[in-house]
Design a protein around this ligand. Sequence first.
Ligand code: ATP
Ligand code: MG
Length: 596
Amino acid sequence: MPPRAAGRTMASPHRCVQEAPMRTVAPSPTPTTPASSEAGAGFSWAEAAAALDGLPGGGLNIAHEALDRHAAGPGAGRVALRWLGRDGTRVDLTYAELTDRAARFAGLLQELGVQRGERVFALAGRIPELYVAALGTLRHGAVFCPLFSAFGPEPVRVRLQRGDARVLVTTRELHERKVADLVDGLSGLRHVLLAEDLPARLAAATPAPMAATEPDDPALLHFTSGTTGTPKGALHAHRAVVAHHATSALALDLHEDDVFWCTADPGWVTGTSYGIIGPLTRGVTVVVDEAEFDADRWYATLARERVNVWYTAPTAIRMLMRAGEEARGDHDLGALRLTASVGEPLAADAVRWGRRVLGHEIHDTWWQTETGAIMVANLPGDPVRPGAMGRPFPGIEAALARRDAEGHVVRDAFGRPELVEAAGEPGELLLRAGWPSMFCEYVGEPARTSACFAGDWYLSGDLARRDEDGWYWFLGRGDDVIKTAGHLVGPFEIESVLCEHAAVVEAAAIGIPDPIAGQVVIAKVVPAPGHADTAELRRELRAFARRRLGPAIAPRRIDVVDTLPRTRSGKIMRRLVRAQELGLPEGDVSTVEATR
Ligand code: ATP
Ligand code: MG
């Protein structure tokens, strides 16, 4: 593929369509951090782009890189998707079969008159038709937008409207429960395709050729998790596949013939970037489990499917931890060589749990809906620093910016952020704009989009520290940071210490107003198996926290609770913990998960 197809630095960073010279990112001196590890030595986005096929004439289409490239060669007969139904059904689709179905889905969109760039939404559980629709939509040159099937009617309506949905793929049941009453109010929505009807419709459809999309053509629309407020619709272009492919190779270590399982739902960006696209571009077999979390089932799946690489999230790891080490039983996890985590901070106790129970330390990876792909990681081959997110992915330039008392990034007269130089100092995590999977915009929200950029940096909104060797340590989301008696405290610092206690499996720390200290820290903890809420336990935890954290930042109160409020993508919603604690309005709770 010609190098111009991807990896360009964009003059105006939030546009998909800017032309600018290609930049090869070489290790750079502090205050930004060197590209990580031997694994990435000599890496450039131009070479990463050249590792893909591309389309004739310089075009690029994600579906081609994920499917056709393999279907046209010796990989055609390899299993692309191994679907495990809730009821024990198994469906294997080879690269050739999945390519054919995607081509027919694209043909169906063509028959329906769907134009390139129009948006095709999916509201369905993890069923095979969802994967066919995703890849068929990309092949057609339309934009794919997945929604969590568990969303209620109002969050579905808001997203269909904000995303200007033209087509919706869903199931009969979800249609009746959540969509039927909305359709009249959505003037742009022209077609609802039911998964139950798709086999017959695909059989009748003519397979469509690959759309000649350009790298900057829009491909994917993902709504953020809504952890901090109203979810934003982040749009990504086909060039994102360069980052999906490179990170799947170097951060997830995926190689042909590997069996890979990503537990994320495609309703969240991880479920698309790494539940569909990245691993398929690497020619692996992707395991999809339709069922929800169940410790026995998960251990059994890892063992029976001989999963080599597992990508999951702290929320799932904590659920396994809650199930107790004995839940692993005598399942043979010998095929599993790498477990990686994303979505929330991975505290050191969870990394060590991985060593004991899975046979290796869990590798953390940090990224966001906006970044489209892994940006900071404990790369395989690098030693893991338990509790650290890792180092910037090769080709990614990261830095930390100073924030003022109001939490805004401090800028110079030219709008450039003031960078934190010293190791160990907190700052907002920045990424130099221009990597291939950077979002183009939040749809319909230009002001919110431009607020994410300062100079040529993208502002992540997360706070971190960097150690002398360039490893980044997560402190908390900018909005969650606690200021107590002049100290700036990241909730994660407190939560990871609480999780070190044997009686605690999960924790959330928040700041609540205090007339003297400004804010004081309080914490909610979920007890480990065999521990219950007693006054003695609470006393013991308070004493433990004071010893480990010091009296200035140790929680003033620790409550023992059954569950913590989470988003559908598994993130603790500290703003909701805080609102509940203070009896304030709960704000946008469209993505909150029903209590387990
Ligand atoms: P919203 O932007 O709507 O508030 P969100 O930020 O939770 O929601 P996502 O894009 O799904 O939406 O999540 C990205 C965020 O998840 C990151 O900004 C970070 O706060 C958190 N995160 C992801 N990976 C990690 C990690 N490895 N360690 C710590 N935090 C992580
Ligand atoms: Mg966010």
